[in-house]
Design a protein around this ligand. Structure first.
Ligand code: FAD
Length: 339
């Protein structure tokens, strides 16, 4: 690849959260960018449409590599710069009285938290006042409403001079031969070319409550069925999510719905009166170590494997690709160069 690539034409394939951030970042950096999406209806086939979308770099450290925390923190700053709807209200972690051990374990595995008692929990989340004796608060974490954020990024890309082509299957049409470079953000659609890629099914529900109006994501720990609830405004909450080794999208199973709903009811019985607006499952594109990869192969750069962290990590990865095209390097914790 010749550096720098400035002012050359770039095709970004796939308008999920990864492709949207890539397209916008490169258009604003001065490239001529075309964004190609297979689905005629934008976002209809994207795993991103099913996300929370929590930006939880510390909480996710409980089970994932430090790179998730590091790039996640960077991404929160980028979200704040670009998207005015970014809510930095923190994350609250709670558990039932018998599950104090889970909270202790969670605290020991993560940073960026403070221990909170019933009084602080009640102040942070009036809807949960009196329900929990102890918990953890991660003040620096954030969240966005995914579809609102995706629409915003798409419009910002257009405003930056980007071209959007929907309803075009890039692989079949071979549409990019004339381009200097392709950034492939097809998520699971790139599985044929990235053999280590797999799908991890995530089921989630969206409800509207007249009584509960959370102010921030709440993670409810439980030895068997932990859940999280993300507020999207106006009493609308996303409840998630299962993590199942399967590439099937489609309807939520009865078992998963029972587990998610009974845990939501345990978080607060007033959720029992909430209306169910939507149930559905998305499939997270993931590599075997669940860490994203940037793979340079000829004139194509793949950005994929965002697993549970598409919203959390897409901005930092987009910035890294832009720096790479300017002759810079990629963090070796996410690079997988094959050329
Ligand atoms: C239930 C659930 C909850 C989640 N919660 C969170 C969360 O709270 N925070 C977080 O950070 N992440 C979360 N995630 C993870 C996040 O959704 C994924 O990491 C992210 O969606 C991956 O984005 P992507 O752009 O790589 O893939 P996708 O969103 O799947 O986008 C790929 C796009 O490429 C298009 N495409 C495919 N093939 C072609 C082709 N041949 N030509 C043109 N276009 C093509 C597809 O139609 C699609 O629009 C969650 C996921 C799920 C399922």
């Amino acid at each position: 690849m010749e550096f720098p690539m400035k002012k050359r034409s770039i095709t970004v394939v796939g308008a999920g959260i990864v492709g949207l951030w890539q397209a916008l970042t490169l258009a604003r950096a001065g490239y001529s960018v075309r964004l190609i999406e297979k689905s005629p209806e934008m976002f209809a086939d994207a795993a991103s449409s099913y996300a929370g979308a929590m930006l939880g770099p510390y909480c996710e450290r409980e089970v994932y590599a430090p790179v998730v925390r590091d790039l996640g923190l960077k991404s929160i700053a980028l979200w704040r710069d670009v998207f005015p709807g970014t809510a930095v209200a923190g994350t609250l972690v709670v558990a039932g009285a018998r599950d104090r051990g889970d909270v202790e374990h969670f605290a020991a595995q993560t940073e960026g938290n403070q221990r909170v008692g019933a009084d602080v929990i009640g102040r942070l989340e009036p809807s949960l006042n009196g329900r929990f004796e102890f918990g953890l608060f991660y003040a620096a974490e954030a969240h966005v409403a995914p579809r609102v954020a995706m629409r915003f990024l798409l419009e910002a890309f257009r405003a930056a001079g980007g071209e959007v082509v929907s309803g075009t299957n890039w692989a079949a049409a071979g549409a990019s031969r004339a381009d200097d470079l392709v950034i492939d953000c097809r998520g699971l659609g790139a599985k044929g070319e990235l053999p280590d890629l797999r799908g991890v099914r995530g089921e989630r529900l969206i409800v509207r409550s007249r009584e509960i109006d959370l102010r921030r994501p709440v993670r409810f720990l439980h030895p068997r069925h932990p859940i999280y609830v993300v507020p999207w405004g106006d009493g609308v909450h996303m409840i998630g999510a299962t993590v199942i080794e399967s590439e099937e999208a489609g309807p939520v199973t009865v078992r998963s719905a029972l587990e998610l709903l009974s845990m939501t009811y345990a978080l607060h019985p007033a959720f029992g009166e909430a209306e169910i607006l939507e149930m559905g499952a998305g499939v997270r594109p993931s590599f075997s170590d669940n860490v994203p990869k940037i793979i340079a192969r000829g004139k194509t750069i793949y950005v994929n494997g965002l697993y549970r962290h598409g919203f959390l990590m897409a901005p930092a990865l987009a910035e890294m690709v832009a720096a790479y095209l300017d002759g810079g390097t990629i963090d070796n914790r996410v690079v997988a160069s094959e050329s």
